[in-house]
Design a protein around this ligand. Structure first.
Ligand code: NAD
Length: 365
């Protein structure tokens, strides 16, 4: 994205202040202390990792949804089907940051017991950055893979070859733990860009790169406004027919297989609803080739991959997950950049939940 064209400016906020501010908004809206902390932990970490699309800029939509009952505060994951190693959870449109964490807690415990757990989380409010859940599994020594679909709002992403949208940004994620090191985390939307990145560009009033969006006629455009103003355009799938196919599989596994819902006319609504379903497969390496052999082989392969000579202009071959950690080091030191529009929206939502002005920290540097 061509940031240099932004006309709305930005503020830099220290991560701990941003965390305190996000928690205060959640608490004032009626969330428990524990829920507010989980939401703030998740959103601020997404910002630190550079995924501003899934950071604190989501708060206005979250508070809009708690206000309309489309996100239920202080709600917990409920097991609705239990076959030991195969479990289905109803998220009851509770905060995704709560019900997905609880789902992973159950999945990890079952995977330790059975060697594997296939767990479906259905009907959760937005579960945010999927890497967050894979990292929870990796901290417990588990390999995990996650297919996610999204419904409750209008279609955003065109199927491969289509001129109009039929589903949403359907993220896919796999994480592999490493001994004494941060995990390998591959985590992406199956669309060319996550919708939140279009929101950020629209807020910054900047054009996007070519090849990401089409207008209502199916013609390439760089204007993020096509996703906000009728006649609506669409985001293209990544990776041509391969990415388009993976997005379809995400909806089928996360939406249909789990007993949740796919993105279809039956689940499309107007407004800011964000419902996620997720199929997760959590595997204990000890139950397969053995932990030691697995750890050794992971190191052998990643070392080999990273030893490739970089292409001209590329400083270093990185493993999935490394770009996020580099951004975190930078942002912990220099603060989280937040565009002026998003910052104003956060101040507005803080006032909406009646945080008084002394509680709205003057954190902009
Ligand atoms: P992205 O295009 O930035 O890709 C990120 C992935 O690519 C990461 O695994 C990263 O480590 C890896 N990567 C990036 N550059 C790399 C490099 N040079 N070398 C090696 N690996 C590299 O991600 P995105 O598609 O914009 O998605 C952003 C976030 O949005 C994700 O966390 C995703 O889970 C989330 N998301 C959530 C939803 C939802 O409904 N909850 C929907 C869509 C996306």
């Amino acid at each position: 994205m061509a940031d240099s064209k932004s006309t709305v400016g930005e503020v830099r906020v220290a991560p701990d202040r941003l965390h305190a501010f996000t928690m205060a908004i959640c608490r004032a809206d009626g969330s428990s202390e524990a829920e507010a902390r989980l939401v703030a932990d998740h959103l601020v970490l997404a910002n630190l990792y550079g995924h501003d699309s899934h950071g604190v800029g989501m708060m206005p939509a979250y508070i809009q949804n708690t206000t309309t009952g489309r996100c239920i505060r202080n709600h917990h994951a409920k097991i609705i089907k239990d076959n030991g190693a195969v479990v289905v959870i109803d998220g009851g449109v509770g905060y995704g940051q709560v019900v997905a964490k609880e789902t992973m807690d159950i999945g990890i415990e079952r995977a330790k017991k059975h060697g594997v757990c296939v767990i479906g989380l259905t009907n959760a409010h937005h579960i945010g950055r999927i890497g967050h859940w894979a990292e929870q599994c990796a901290r417990a020594g588990m390999v995990s893979t996650h297919w996610v679909n999204v419904h409750g709002h209008k279609s955003l992403v065109a199927p491969f070859g289509g001129a109009e949208p039929r589903y949403s940004t359907n993220p896919y994620c796999t994480a592999v733990p490493r001994k004494g090191k941060e995990p390998i985390v591959l985590d992406f939307a199956t669309s060319q860009v996550a919708m939140g990145k279009v929101r950020v560009a629209n807020n910054k009033q900047i054009q996007m790169e070519p090849g990401l969006l089409i207008d209502a006629a199916g013609v390439d455009t760089t204007e993020p406004g096509v996703m906000y103003n009728p006649p609506y355009g669409a985001i293209l799938p990544f990776g041509l027919h391969k990415g388009g196919g993976l997005a379809v599989i995400c909806d089928l596994l996360a939406g249909a297989l789990t007993g949740g819902k796919t993105h279809s006319p039956a689940t499309i609504r107007e407004g800011t609803d964000i419902v996620n379903n997720m199929l997760s497969i959590i595997i204990d390496p000890a139950a397969m080739g053995g932990t030691q052999a697995f750890e050794d082989e992971v190191e052998t392969f990643i070392t080999w991959v990273k030893s490739a000579k970089p292409r001209p202009g590329v400083p270093e071959v990185l493993a999935p997950g490394e770009p996020e950690r580099a951004r975190r080091i930078d942002r912990e030191k220099n603060g989280v950049p937040i565009d002026g529009t998003t910052w104003q929206q956060l101040l507005d939502v803080a006032r909406k939940v009646r945080l008084n002005d002394t509680e709205i920290p003057g954190v902009a540097a």
